[in-house]
Design a protein around this ligand. Sequence first.
Ligand SMILES: [Zn+2]
Length: 166
Amino acid sequence: MICHECNKSEMIERHENVRYDESGLPNVVLEAVKVRQCPTCGNRLVTIPRLSELHRCIAVHLVKKIARLAPADIRFLRKSLGWSKNDFAKKMHVNIEQVYRWESDKSPKPMMIQSELLLRAFVAIGKKIENYDEQVDQLATIDDLEVSPFSMVFDNGWHEHQLVGA
Ligand SMILES: [Zn+2]
């Protein structure tokens, strides 16, 4: 495949771990996805298979996470439900300013725990998630804003890479 930026070189294909910044989340790594790079101009093409399945897999990860949801997590989950900010406000029975505050990176206002549980439940009921109840029971005691990285790997389907010993 010839690079269509410079039309000079054949793209070199390899598999790399890529940070999935397009997700809007700061900490998602896609393992060993196909990357084509032009040796002349540096143009890169990343191929991500089965995008909607990947998004579902990330949403499941977020719904099960034991720390409170960060603004980027909330945005991602809302979008994974196909909701605008307006839809979200209606579903959660809040006004839209509230949604802007929840999703604000600059001056976030954390969701009330009940609202967060409701959002997680909306995502969870889209498809059965094991251990959902056990995970969310711990929410009340954990208030950790630390961002821990997690990896998604494609192996006949997207799933979360479970680190050994984790
Ligand atoms: Zn090129």
